[in-house]
Design a protein around this ligand. Structure first.
Ligand code: DGL
Length: 271
């Protein structure tokens, strides 16, 4: 049986929260991780730019590395680009969208907070999910690039302050009815799961889509051998780190190694 090659894509380190779940359920595949630091953060980009960028960047990567399955581990990209990418590529594509449905099932007080990027909270796709699965709930939406950047800093080995996360969540924390269930609608946010939970006065459900994505990937790969293969997982970024940033690069590389990758290197398109 040949080893399947899976590409996990995100604008930054957020896809690692998805990768962590995916590899647990499908340990026999070979994983590639690509993050587009040249255009990070995606939550601030125009929708049509994201679609064009992904078609071009992913076409070259998929071709170069002979990828069998593509995981768009980014809500901001998935909620806009999935139909275009599925039309463009012949390989199966798994996307990640905010976990509104499970959150609606979990909430007891009927107030759900959707925490995502500024782009994701405004997508028609997101509005449709809310209409379909949480029409009888109050859904509060918060778009935050600040939180995305804090998750990046954490994996760049920097100290992050709980007060900065609490400041982002403050509008919800001061409500009379604080949401009891939060949708982590950006793949960066599960990387701050503990910190986010600590900001809430009472127990809060933090729901993400990682496990659902992992199940879908396992189904598509249709291979569940018992043995984990030798680690040859590779991670790539699209914009080279400058010399001044080499400390950051080294810290980031350590994070990628701790998630199970063996390399972190540049994959730049010649523009
Ligand atoms: N991780 C991405 C997501 O799930 C987006 C972060 C960004 O703004 O680049 O939406």
């Amino acid at each position: 049986m040949s080893v399947k090659k899976v590409l996990i894509f995100d604008s930054g380190v957020g896809g690692l929260s998805v990768f962590e779940q995916v590899i647990k359920q499908s340990p026999a595949a070979q994983y590639f991780y690509l993050f587009d630091n040249a255009y990070f953060p995606y939550g601030e980009l125009q929708a049509d730019f994201i679609v064009r960028r992904l078609k071009r960047l992913l076409s070259v990567f998929v071709e170069t590395h002979q990828i069998d399955l593509l995981v768009i581990a980014c809500n901001t990209a998935s909620t806009i680009a999935l139909p275009f990418l599925r039309e463009h590529f012949a390989i199966p594509i798994v996307g990640v969208v905010p976990a509104i449905k499970p959150a609606a099932l979990l909430s007891k007080n009927g107030v759900i907070g959707l925490l995502a990027t500024p782009a994701t909270i405004d997508r028609p796709y997101t509005a449709q999910l809310i209409k379909e699965f949480a029409a009888d709930k109050q859904v509060l939406k918060m778009g935050s690039t600040q939180l995305v950047k804090l998750a990046e800093l954490k994996l760049y080995g920097k100290q992050i302050r709980l007060a900065d996360i609490a400041a982002v969540l403050a509008p919800w924390l001061s409500l009379e009815k604080v949401p009891d269930t939060i949708v982590l609608g950006c793949t960066h946010f599960p990387l701050l799961r503990e910190e986010i939970a600590r900001c809430f006065p009472n127990k809060v459900n933090l729901v993400d889509s990682g496990n659902a994505i992992a199940q879908r990937v396992a189904q598509l790969l249709e291979q569940t051998p018992v043995e984990q293969r030798e680690n040859n997982h590779q991670a790539y970024f699209t914009q080279a780190f400058t010399e001044q940033q080499s400390d950051e690069f080294n810290a980031l590389k350590r994070s990628f190694l701790s998630f199970g990758f063996s390399t972190l290197q540049c994959f730049a398109l010649d523009d």
